[in-house]
Ligand binder design. Structure first.
Ligand code: LLP
Length: 421
C-alpha cells in the first residue's frame, strides 16, 4: 500500500495534488511520501519483533539526506556501500553504531573514514579486504567489528543483473571456504568477528531462495560457534521484492519474510539485521513527467515525455516495468490509447514502455511513473546535459524540495578549460 491516490480526479501524494507540485517545481521530478516510507519501515520492524533486530535501510536505493533523516529518526540503521553513502548517513544524523558498511571494493580511505567516524560493522567480502581492514584498524589503534559475507550459491530467481548469491557472482566468500576465512580473521589483530552476512539478490518475489540461503547460514553459524567464534549477529541482506504492477503480481509480505527468518535462524539467539532498500523506498516514490508531444508513427503512436532514461534508467537497463498513469484521472468511460512511451534522449533504448495502454494524452499533460522511489533518482545522470532531476518530499499536506534541480550555470561551471588549451 502507498499514499499516492486519486482524490477528486487528481493523483495526490498524501494530501498534496501532484499538479500543485508540478506547477511549483516544474517537471520532471521525483516525489516521495513520508507516510509510505514510515509504513514500510515499520512493516519490517513488526515482522522481526520480538527478535532483537535492526533494520538497516540500503541507502543505495534512495539516498537523499532528508529521507535518511526521516528513517534514521524512526530508529533505522543504514547499509552503506561507499564513503559517500557513509557521509550521507552521518549528515542525516545517523550515529556510526547504526551504520553497516557493505560492498566488494571498500578502499583504505573509506575504511579509515568509517573506523574513525564510528561503525556498527563491516561486511567483509574477500581475504584481501580482510587484511587491508586489519592493517587500517591497527594503524589507528582500533579494532574493526566484522561479519564475513558468504556466498551461499543459491539461485535468487531474479534478473541476472541483480542476482548476487550464485558462485559465479563477484560477491562474498564461497560458503564452503567460510570456516577457513573465519579462522584467518580471528588471527588478525585489527579484526573482531561478530557475525555472518549474506545477501543473495534484489527484487526476489519468492521466499524459497531466502530459505535456502538462511538455512545454510544457520548451519554455518553452528559450525563457526563450534570452532570457537562468538557469532552473535546475522546480517541477512535485503532483496525482498515489491509489486510493480497493480494486477495479480503479489510478492511475499514482510510479515511472511519475518516468519521465515524466525523459522530458519530464530533459535540461534543472534541479533538479526536486514538491509532492505526497495521494499521501503520503491513504492514510496513517483517520477512525474509532462507530455512534450504525441507523435503519430508508423503503426504506432509515441508519447514523448520530458523525462528520459537518464532520469529513470530501470526500463532501459533491466527491461523493468513501471506503471505509467495520468495525473488527471480520465473519465470512467474513456478508452485507453496505446503508446510507445519514450524520452527525448537520442537513443532507441530511451524507451519506458512499448505498446502501453494509457489514457489518451495531450501535450502538457502530466503522467506519473509508479514504484520509482527505489533505484530511480539515485541512478539518474546528466546524459545529454539534462539536469539531474529534483526530489520532493511530501508529509501530509506539506511538501518541500529536498534536492533542487541544478541550474545550467552550475552544470557548466563544473567543467574547466585548461589554460594551455
Ligand atoms: N544489501 C546489499 C549488499 C545489496 O547489494 C543490496 C542491493 C541491498 C542490500 C538492497 O536490496 P533491495 O532490498 O533494495 O533489493 N539497481 C537495481 C537493483 C540493484 C540492487 C543492488 N543491491 C534495480 O534497479 O533493480
Amino acid at each position: 500500500m502507498d499514499h499516492f491516490l486519486y482524490k477528486n480526479g487528481t493523483l495526490h501524494a498524501e494530501d498534496v495534488p501532484i499538479s500543485e507540485i508540478a506547477a511549483e517545481v516544474g517537471t520532471p521530478f521525483y516525489v516521495y511520501s513520508a507516510a509510505t516510507l514510515t509504513r514500510h519501515y515499520h512493516l519490517f520492524t513488526e515482522a522481526l519483533s520480538p527478535l532483537p533486530h535492526m533494520v538497516c535501510f540500503a541507502i543505495k536505493s534512495l539516498s537523499n539526506v532528508a529521507v535518511l533523516k526521516l528513517l534514521g529518526d524512526l530508529g533505522a540503521g543504514m547499509d552503506v556501500v561507499s564513503g559517500g553513502e557513509y557521509r550521507r548517513a552521518r549528515a542525516a544524523g545517523v550515529p556510526g553504531n547504526r551504520i553497516v558498511f557493505s560492498g566488494v571494493g571498500k578502499t583504505r580511505d573509506e575504511m579509515r573514514l568509517a573506523l574513525t567516524g564510528g561503525i556498527r560493522q563491516f561486511n567483509v567480502e574477500s581475504e584481501p579486504e580482510l587484511h587491508a581492514l586489519s592493517e587500517v584498524a591497527t594503524s589507528l589503534g582500533l579494532t574493526a567489528p566484522i561479519t564475513i559475507r558468504v556466498n551461499p550459491d543459491v539461485d535468487a530467481k531474479t534478473h541476472a543483473k541483480i542476482a548476487t548469491g550464485k558462485s559465479e557472482n563477484k560477491f562474498g566468500i564461497p560458503i564452503a571456504r567460510a570456516r577457513e576465512v573465519y579462522a584467518e580473521a580471528a588471527r588478525l589483530p585489527g579484526i573482531e568477528v561478530i557475525g555472518v552476512d549474506v545477501h543473495i539478490g534484489s527484487q526476489l518475489t519468492d521466499l524459497a531462495p531466502f530459505e535456502q540461503a538462511y538455512l545454510k547460514v544457520a548451519d554455518l553459524t553452528r559450525q563457526l560457534r563450534a570452532d570457537g567464534h562468538d557469532i552473535r549477529r546475522l546480517d541477512l541482506g535485503g532483496g525482498l521484492g515489491i509489486p510493480y504492477t497493480r494486477s495479480n503480481e503479489a510478492p511475499p509480505l514482510p510479515l511472511d519474510y519475518g516468519a521465515l527468518i524466525k523459522r530458519t535462524v530464530g533459535d540461534l539467539g543472534c541479533e538479526i539485521e536486514i538491509e532492505p532498500g526497495r521494499l521501503i523506498s520503491g513504492n514510496a516514490g513517483l517520477l512525474v513527467a509532462s507530455v512534450v508531444y504525441v507523435k503519430n508513427g508508423e503503426g504506432r503512436d509515441f508519447l514523448i515525455l520530458d523525462a528520459a532514461m537518464n532520469d529513470l534508467v530501470r526500463p532501459s537497463m533491466y527491461d523493468a516495468h513501471h506503471d505509467i498513469v495520468p495525473v488527471v484521472e480520465p473519465a470512467a468511460a474513456t478508452e485507453a490509447a496505446v503508446y510507445d512511451v519514450v524520452g527525448p534522449v537520442c537513443e532507441t533504448g530511451d524507451t519506458f514502455a512499448k505498446a502501453r495502454p494509457v489514457a489518451p494524452m495531450h501535450e502538457g499533460d502530466l503522467v506519473a511513473f509508479r514504484s520509482a522511489g527505489a533505484y530511480g533518482a539515485v541512478m539518474a545522470s546528466e546524459y545529454n546535459t539534462r539536469p539531474l532531476v529534483p526530489e520532493v518530499l511530501v508529509k501530509g499536506d506539506h511538501f518541500a524540495v529536498i534536492r533542487q534541480r541544478p541550474t545550467f550555470d552550475e552544470i557548466l561551471n563544473r567543467d574547466t578549460i585548461p589554460e594551455w588549451l
